[in-house]
Design a binder for this molecule. Structure first.
Ligand SMILES: Cc1ncc(COP(=O)(O)O)c(C=O)c1O
Length: 410
């Protein structure tokens, strides 16, 4: 464990961490993270399958580890047994390597021309999603000169974003034949709508994607190319589509304690029963001011909240500049003294107002939990909050900004 992480752990366990600075912090439970990884590992390795070697886990730690701190969560996940890591770009991969992670790191969005040497220097595994990337990588690998550089091939199976088309497999194979310094060690694709189970275009898409992907894989094998590790499944597919597990799965949201929003919505409850998870991040702040506001007076920008009764308004030391989604203004709530206190008015960049009229004993310095678990075990689930404002959990988690200190606790 890096020394910075260790010192955060000990400071937070003494409970003295927040006294002398702006009180906004994201508590990251490494215990919950390890629990979620172990639960996923167990779930995708049912004993009745009697696999010779366990199905692997590639932990998605891109986007600064969905806001939890990419290098720190990657290191903790490596200690807990994750096999692979997924980042989006070279810089994210280097940060994870520099945190001491030794296991393979897949750069999911590949590289831009000119980055190849750095990528190989840090032993990162790029995703190749266009055939014309092969000669670039080959030249860098030849210059490096040691063992062949490993890469994964990304296939576009129907999302129409990144990846080679199934029809380009022959061309890819021909190009690869000329690359003596490269080794294909994996093949993958990404699902566009694995959480959708309705009779719609999106609902039918996952099966179509699987069919296209396996056609590309079969063609590659027919051309005599060993594809290496095969992987497809993101969170919803991991829980609800076992036929997509192949020999490695790529959880993101699940690792951080959340099931994605399903369509139909009830399917999430089913998923939660199949794979119980623990939310990893608790985003917290404190009340820095209490104000009595008479009935009829406007609160915050544009006076969008006008109380009908004399009210007690708490001002929280965190706003959208910290990652509290602005659309929660007049819609969301925070946990305070075990109760839900409604967010009132427009959320400002640095502060948020809550109505605490009905909460007994409120004081300046009280801790508010925006999402996650409070000290008594009450929970505000980020996926419920996300759904209420029409977004996804990872949008809320990734939005937790740089000025919010991450405090790693067991
Ligand atoms: C290629 C790839 N695999 C897996 C994931 C993880 O997705 P989820 O958070 O739904 O598990 C992502 C996230 O966007 C991704 O881009």
């Amino acid at each position: 464990m890096p020394s910075k992480q260790k010192s955060l752990l000990s400071r937070s366990s003494r409970g003295s961490r927040h006294e002398a600075r702006r009180p906004v912090w994201a508590e990251v439970s490494l215990g919950a993270l390890a629990h979620n990884l172990a639960a996923i590992q167990k779930y995708v390795n049912p004993p009745e399958e009697k696999r010779k070697s366990p199905r692997k886990i590639l932990s998605i730690v891109k986007g600064n580890g969905y806001g939890h701190g990419g290098p720190q969560v990657a290191k903790a996940l490596e200690n807990a047994g994750s096999d692979w890591f997924g980042v989006t770009c070279t810089d994210e991969g280097i940060a994870v390597r520099e945190a001491g992670v030794r296991r393979p790191i897949l750069v999911l969005t590949g590289f831009v021309a000119g980055e190849q040497a750095r990528l190989l220097k840090y032993d990162l595994t790029p995703a190749v999603h266009r055939c014309d990337q092969l000669p670039l990588l080959e030249r860098a690998a030849a210059r490096r000169g040691s063992k062949p550089a490993s890469f994964h091939l990304k296939v576009d199976s129907g999302m129409n974003r990144l990846g080679i088309a199934s029809s380009d497999v022959d061309c890819f194979a021909r190009q690869l034949g000329k690359c003596k310094h490269l080794k294909l060690t994996g093949i993958f694709s990404h699902f566009a709508s694995s959480e959708v189970f309705t009779d719609t275009t999106a609902g039918k898409q996952t099966q179509e994607q699987e069919e296209r992907f396996y056609a590309a894989l079969d063609r590659l094998r027919a051309l005599g190319i060993d594809p290496g590790i095969v992987h497809l499944a993101n969170s919803a597919a991991i829980v609800s589509r076992p036929e997509t597990w192949a020999n490695m799965v790529r959880p993101g949201a699940l690792l951080y304690g959340y099931h994605p929003g399903y369509d139909p919505a009830e399917k999430r409850e089913e998923a939660e029963k199949l794979l119980p998870l623990k939310p990893v991040m608790s985003l917290r702040t404190k009340i820095i001011h209490l104000r009595r506001v008479p009935a009829g007076a406007g609160v915050g920008y544009d006076a969008t909240f006008v109380p009908k009764r004399p009210s007690l308004i708490g001002v929280l030391a965190a706003g959208y500049g910290d990652g509290i989604h602005r659309s929660l203004g007049n819609r969301g709530s925070v946990l305070l003294r075990g109760k839900l206190a409604p967010i009132v008015g427009i959320i400002s960049m640095d502060v948020t107002m809550i109505d605490v009229t009905d909460i007994e004993g409120v004081e300046v310095g009280d801790v508010a939990t925006i999402y996650g678990t409070d000290a008594s075990g009450n929970v505000i689930l980020a996926n419920r909050v996300a759904r209420s404002i029409g977004t996804v959990t990872s949008d809320l988690l990734c939005a937790v900004s740089q000025r919010v200190e991450r405090v790693y606790v067991r």
